[in-house]
Design a protein around this ligand. Structure first.
Ligand code: GDP
Length: 386
């Protein structure tokens, strides 16, 4: 669910203009667009302008009229038909009315399948991170030349540019290099909304490279973006750039890596790389690591080995119990890749505590690595057995 800052058509100010721009990105990547209007205020000129923009999008649209708090539809409700984007759906977000119906309407408009991307043979890389950490310097260095990809004028995501790249016979695609190259005046608001752009790239990538500034370390925004890549089950590596700026002692790199892993403890599987785009140091390692991660994400573990491993893990550290009932794991099998997905057949799902599932994950990682990718578990209760 992507929330945008709102659309204020026809504005010249920089921040609202950025918000329109971010809303454009969100609209382009969305499967369904909910256009929300104010039922108390009634139809406005701005509503009509936004509706004009939306109708040109060729997207699934839903018109939602908020603040319909009572049972009676407000005067002017039917005016919203004039917007030409279908039947207005009344809701009250404060009173939580109509939300279930709205959700049904949204889900009914989801595309049936969007897996086509998976069959391409190139590795899609998203290079993400805050402004000024060195993303475009890295891209330029990887491409081996300075090239101006876009002008400074904000456009829409239609001008987003993916850059192909080949190394050692492996094809890569750097996603949305235009978005990275775009020079925007950096302010808090712009930075906040640039997360939308990162979400768009993460969604399409196989591997995300999260670039940090060595002098700044991990910020809250970095954690948020890393969390998105983790939740989406993408491959991820942390790139500590501007490594040339730090004065180094014997353990500087090791200590730095430990700190990064602590800050991003939910994804301590991500490799940490140290680069200097300025000096061209260790940049090929980025592609090599991305390649390795993309291979790892497709790895399959045999069911026999997996069950032996889990049986062993249960002997070493017995499963949790609650009120005299102990968790039993009957059978484990890997049912998916990209990211690796494991299905556990258990007696009672509620007995599977987070800490135990984390323990099992660590055992699997100890045995098979899976560096740079999240791995996912599903727990299924076997019926008839307790
Ligand atoms: P972006 O906004 O993330 O794309 O960052 P840029 O690539 O535009 O870099 C921002 C600034 O940091 C520029 O002045 C770069 O020259 C500088 N920079 C980028 N990488 C490095 C690096 O590895 N070391 C140093 N010292 N400066 C760098």
């Amino acid at each position: 669910l992507i929330d945008t800052g709102g659309i204020e058509p026809e504005t010249k100010e920089i921040i609202p203009a950025q918000m329109v721009y971010q809303a454009e990105i969100a609209m382009d990547m969305a499967d369904v667009i909910i256009f929300m209007v104010d039922g108390r205020e009634g139809i406005t000129a701005a509503d009509r302008e936004v509706a004009d923009i939306l109708r040109r999008k060729e997207k699934e649209l839903l018109l939602v009229v908020n603040k319909v708090d009572g049972r009676k539809l407000p005067d002017g409700f039917y005016d919203f038909y004039e917007l030409g984007i279908g039947e207005p759906i009344p809701i009250s977000s404060t009173n939580q009315l109509g939300l279930g119906d709205l959700l049904d309407e949204v889900v009914a408009r989801f595309p049936k399948s969007a897996e086509a991307d998976d069959y391409d043979d190139d590795i899609k890389l998203a290079i993400i991170g805050k402004p000024n950490v060195g993303k475009s310097s890295i891209i330029n260095a990887l491409l081996g030349e300075e090239r101006v990809i876009v002008s400074d004028i904000p456009g829409t995501t239609r001008d987003s540019i993916d850059t192909p790249l080949e190394r050692d016979g492996v094809k890569y695609t750097l996603i949305d290099t235009a978005g990275i190259r775009r020079r925007s005046r950096v302010s808090d608001d712009v930075e906040k909304y640039s997360v939308v752009r990162a979400i768009a790239s993460i969604e399409r990538c196989d591997v995300a490279l999260l670039v940090l500034d060595a002098e700044e370390g991990v910020s809250e925004q970095d954690k948020k973006i890393a969390g998105l890549a983790h939740e989406a089950g993408k491959g991820i590596a942390i790139v500590v750039n501007k490594w040339d700026l730090l004065s180094k002692e014997t353990d500087t790199m090791r200590d730095y890596e430990r700190r990064v892993k602590q800050e991003l403890s939910f994804m301590d599987y991500a490799p940490v790389l140290f680069t200097s785009a300025l000096k061209g140091q260790r940049l090929p390692a980025l592609l090599d690591t991305a390649f390795a991660i993309s291979q790892i994400r497709s790895m399959r573990v045999s069911t026999g080995q997996l069950n032996a491993l889990i049986q062993d893990a249960m002997l070493m550290n017995s499963p949790p119990s609650d009120k005299g009932k102990r968790l039993k794991i009957y059978y484990v099998t890997q049912i998916g890749v990209k990211p690796p997905l494991f299905s556990f057949s258990v007696n009672d799902r509620t007995l599977m505590h987070f800490s135990y599932s984390r323990y099992l994950e660590n055992r699997i990682r100890d045995a098979y690595g899976f560096d740079g990718t999240s791995i996912k578990f599903v727990f299924r209760e076997r019926r008839g057995e307790q």
